[in-house]
Design a protein. Sequence first.
Length: 249
Amino acid sequence: MSTDNGQNDELMVERKAMIFFLKYPEPGQVKTRLAEEIGDQHAVGLYKSFVRDLLGRFELLDCHLHLFMTPPEKVADLQRWLLRLYPLHIQVGNNLGERMRNAFYTLFSMGYKSCIVAGSDYPDMPSAIPRLGLKMLSNNNAVISPSLDGGYCLLGFRTDKICREAFQDIDWSTSRVFQQTMTALNKKGVYPKLLPQWQDVDTFEDLIGLVKRHQDPDDPFLRSHTMNYIQLNHDEIFAGRPDLNFSGT
C-alpha cells in the first residue's frame, strides 16, 4: 500500500530516496524503554517530537522521502496526525531486518538507484549526515552511520549492491548490530563508506545526554519540537531528580 503526495517529478532523475521507518504513536508501542522512567504519556509526546524534527530535516534533502509505517491498521490515523500526505508504505516482514530489506527492494523496484534508511531514535541528527550519505552513494556501493550504542543510524545502498545478508542473522536491538552488519557486508565484498557517528535516544540516560548536548543558547536544536516538549514538561519528565537543572533549555 502506498500513497503519493506528488513530490516534484524532476527529483526522479536523481533516483534517490530517503526511507523513514516509524510507528503510529500510541502508548506502549513507542519508546518503551524511555517510558519505564518517564511514563507512557511523555514517551509518546517525545516520540511525536522526534518524528516531527526528523521529518523537517529529511524534507529538505535533495531526494524523495518515503515513510514506512506500522501497524497497518493505523494508516489513516497516522496520515491525520502528520497533516500531510507523504508517500506512505506498510512495513512488511517478520523482524526489523526483513522490514528494512523489503523497504529497499520496494523503492528499487520503483526505479530509485540509491536509498538510505533511517529510524526515529536520533532526533538531533543533523541533516548533513544523510545528505552526505546520499552524495557518497553517487560513487560508492554502500554507506553506514554507526551509533554510539553499537547499532547504526543510517544504512544506504545503490540498487545493484544491496546485500540480503546485511539483514539476516543480526541480533537486533543489541550492541552487536553494527559489527555484525559490517561483517556480513564485508563477506560479500561490500565495504560501506563510514558516515559520522551519532547518539540515539532510547533510555532516560540518553535523554539526559540529549539535553546536555544542547546547552548553548545559540544552538538551533533548542528551537526544535523535542526541546520545546522537554522544556514544557521538564518538571514531570525529570521529577525526583533535583540534580538535573534543565529548566533553562
